[in-house]
Design a protein around this ligand. Structure first.
Ligand code: MN
Length: 202
């Protein structure tokens, strides 16, 4: 049985980049909804006790309720963790070294990541992930899919993600998704992303 994770900051803490009302609805309604529906689907399929990563890596063998709500549960859990009111720099170390080798610099990364997030048609996510060879790559997925899933084209372990469903930004930004994406860069917890990178190593 999965439970809704608590946030490490108040709903209003990310203002003006993400407003309190959006955060509250997103966490208490959307994420809670995915969590409840995932639990119901797992119970119905006698699949309780598996880790969410294990379920998603083999998602092709499960039904759409598990794909959609398992993705929704995992994706939002990661999303809250990589956000912070105290935006910080990429800490020096192995992750920063690989990041610079891959993208040259932060501005160039932002260009690639923004493009993936802005051009995702309809609802979905953009990701920074680590592939099986330990390389970093940017991708985007539809709906609540993510790179862990064996049904998406580019597989890896996501370490940073942005939710580009309208429910993530519409109250404050309406149709201006690019403005929301720019705001997101101000509240990334790069220390956490670097930790996620370290944990992604086999
Ligand atoms: Mn969402």
């Amino acid at each position: 049985m999965f439970t809704l994770p608590k946030l490490s900051f108040d709903y209003k803490a990310l203002e003006p980049y993400i407003d309190a009302r959006t955060m509250e609805i997103h966490h208490t309604k959307h994420h809670q909804g995915y969590t409840n529906k995932l639990n119901n689907a797992l119970e119905a399929g006698n699949l309780e006790g598996k880790s969410i990563e294990e379920i998603l890596r083999n998602v092709s063998s499960h039904n759409d309720a598990i794909r959609n709500n398992g993705g929704g549960y995992y994706n939002h859990t990661l999303f809250w963790e990589i956000l912070t009111p105290d935006g910080n720099d990429i800490p020096s170390g192995a992750f920063k070294q690989l990041f610079d080798e891959t993208f040259d610099n932060l501005e160039n990364f932002k260009k690639h990541f923004s493009k993936a997030a802005a051009t995702r048609f309809g609802s979905g996510w953009a990701w920074l992930s680590v592939d099986a060879n330990g390389e970093l790559f940017v991708s985007s997925t539809a709906n609540q899919d993510n790179p862990l899933m064996d049904v998406v084209e580019e597989n890896g372990t996501p370490i940073l993600g942005i939710d580009v469903w309208e429910h993530a930004y519409y109250l404050n930004y309406q149709n201006r998704r690019p403005d929301y994406i720019n705001a997101f860069f101000e509240i990334i917890n790069w220390e956490k992303v670097a930790q996620n990178y370290e944990r992604s190593k086999p």
